[in-house]
Write a protein that binds this ligand. Structure first.
Ligand code: 9D3
Length: 245
């Protein structure tokens, strides 16, 4: 059982995603509990202000540290792992979601405005996580991306054919091969003949080749860490020579 606390100024934002698909199933199945908390509950004063001007000058507001520190102090249990969603964090990877899923409690801190007082990152969060090199308006969507991905790793959440363990090892670190379903001919656009042949050895070989070519073309960065045979490496390396000359 994983327990997740989300700290945000927009708790209503989370209703839809938590009520559908993987996350709803994980909660209903008892593998996950999620509590969304309004950070304003830990803000002080009549107006419960959570942001302030930035020391040193500059445009935009920064989120104050105290509400985060007080909220985490109230919500943490002994196994707590605190993550600040931040554009300055290390990128989320499948490997990291597997590791996050092994904790007893995750506390996800969502920032708004131009950012969060650095002391939250340095002294409260165990780490900062980004979902990629593009700007979104706050930590809410990133925290849902992380949470959905982590929930898929919890034992018993996925069920069916493809277990979480297989999700990475299946593709051996390569992009997936193209998939098709009926009709075999849509307005003259045909599914590759080989997939209709019933020859499973040839189908497997075609799929492997498609994965390799796609990865080579779209994500060559993945090839270094992928599980390739000597022959496959040689074949792609020959291909690279042709392209560059
Ligand atoms: C990097 C842009 N910042 C300097 C101009 C300002 C800023 C914009 C948007 C600071 C924070 C945000 C809100 N984004 C997040 O909190 C965030 C995020 C993201 O924007 N992209 C990828 N991953 C993440 S995780 C949290």
């Amino acid at each position: 059982m994983l327990r997740v606390e989300i700290l945000t100024l927009f708790p209503e934002y989370f209703r839809g995603p938590l009520d559908h698909g993987t996350l709803r199933r994980a909660v209903a199945g008892g593998q996950l509990t999620v509590a969304v908390h309004n950070l304003r509950n830990w803000a002080e004063g009549k107006h419960r202000v959570t942001d302030d001007y930035t020391f040193g000058g500059g445009t935009g507001m920064v989120m104050k540290p105290e509400p985060f520190f007080r909220a985490v102090a109230d919500l943490r249990t002994p196994g707590a792992y605190v993550i600040l969603l931040s554009p300055s964090g290390r990128h989320l990877t499948q490997q990291r979601t597997v590791e996050f899923a092994a904790h007893a409690q995750l506390i996800l801190l969502c920032g708004r405005y131009e950012g969060v007082d650095e002391r939250v990152a340095e002294f409260l969060a165990h780490e900062e996580v980004s979902i990629g090199d593009y700007v979104v308006s706050g930590g809410e969507l990133p925290s849902l991306v992380l949470l959905d991905s982590v929930a898929r790793q919890l034992p018993g959440v996925l069920g069916g054919g493809c277990s979480a363990v297989n999700e990475e090892s299946h593709s051996a670190g390569l992009l997936e091969y193209p998939q098709y379903t009926r009709p075999a001919d849509y307005e003259g656009i045909r599914v590759p003949d080989i997939l209709l042949s019933g020859n499973h050895q040839q189908i497997d070989s075609w799929r492997r080749t498609q994965s390799l070519l796609r990865t080579h073309e779209r994500r060559p960065d993945l090839l270094a860490g992928a599980d390739l045979s000597e022959a496959e490496r040689a074949s792609l390396s020959a291909k690279s020579h042709c392209e560059s000359s």
